[in-house]
Design a protein around this ligand. Structure first.
Ligand SMILES: [Fe+2]
Length: 273
């Protein structure tokens, strides 16, 4: 836990796109990649407050994969030692996704982890709808502990990519209006398969990259393309704001490896940042 430093960490994963049977695009094994995030947590020793997965847990038509996804989420939960919280996305099957822990009675819920409150929303249709918006507004009438994190699949803004410019949450304005004036520390989303950092109505918004594949950012005005890059995000809630760091699950061979004096990180190293 990082309460002593005032920095709360949310490990933010999105767009797993797990499949049953054949691998996605013959390369992507979503459940295996979830386990690999657990390996990362163990190896680095990070101590998040919670893990949040913002939807597209399975590839469309692969509802049979939810069992394997839940097993992998359980292993990740063991590795991280904190709850793994999930929301569903447009690829998910709202009925079969009820197999997921916490989803039996529906996909919109509030979970409190210590003194952080998570509002987990269902935007699987591309919008939240008036009932969920009213629920968010009502929940935020009462502040809670260190504040609230809203998690949903569709970002409340468009992508800079022309093909995804209108793929954000359809009722984004209503969500932002409902969240205004509340104790929302951050809105976490996914869907675009590339990271975005934004501030909307004074609320930090962090869109995580995808664990399955990353957008080719220059694919052109009329097509999308994906390359095999598994990434997630480390979101830090700091006293006056939010930082989000994209982390790649696999890295190419390093160009160099050079020791850094921990007491002199700002020094004039040849190879430091
Ligand atoms: Fe996705």
């Amino acid at each position: 836990m990082s309460h002593a430093t005032g920095r709360l960490t949310v490990l933010h994963i999105s767009d797993v796109h797990a499949t049953g049977g054949d691998l996605l695009y013959e390369r992507v094994d979503g459940a295996r990649r979830l386990r690999a995030v657990g390996d990362y947590v163990r190896q680095t020793g990070i101590t998040p407050e919670a893990v949040v997965v913002t939807g597209d847990l399975v590839q469309r038509g692969h509802g049979g994969a939810y069992g394997a996804v839940q097993e992998a989420l359980d292993e990740l939960e063991n590795a991280a030692g904190v709850p793994v919280l999930t929301v569903i996305g447009n690829h998910d099957d709202p009925e079969r996704a009820r197999e997921l822990r916490g989803h039996a009675r529906g996909h919109c819920r509030e979970v409190r982890v210590d003194d952080l409150r998570f509002l987990l929303l269902d935007s699987s249709t591309g919008e939240l709808g008036s009932a969920q918006i009213a629920w968010v507004r009502d929940a935020l009438r009462t502040p809670y502990g260190s504040g609230t994190v809203i998690a949903l699949h569709h970002p409340p803004l468009g992508s800079p990519m022309p093909t995804l410019a209108r793929a954000g949450l359809r009722d984004a304005d209503a969500l932002l209006e409902a969240a205004a004036g509340g104790d929302v520390r951050a809105i976490l989303a996914g869907h675009f398969h590339h990271a975005i950092a934004a501030t909307l109505g004074g609320i930090p918004v962090s869109v995580a990259p995808s664990l399955a594949y990353h957008q080719v950012m220059d694919a052109g005005p009329d097509r999308v393309s994906g390359h095999d890059s598994a990434m997630f995000s480390l979101v830090h809630l700091v006293p006056d704001g939010v930082s989000a760091t994209s982390v790649s699950l696999e890295s190419p061979a390093p160009l160099f490896t050079s020791p850094i004096d921990p007491k002199n990180q700002m020094g004039n190293h040849d190879h430091a940042a």
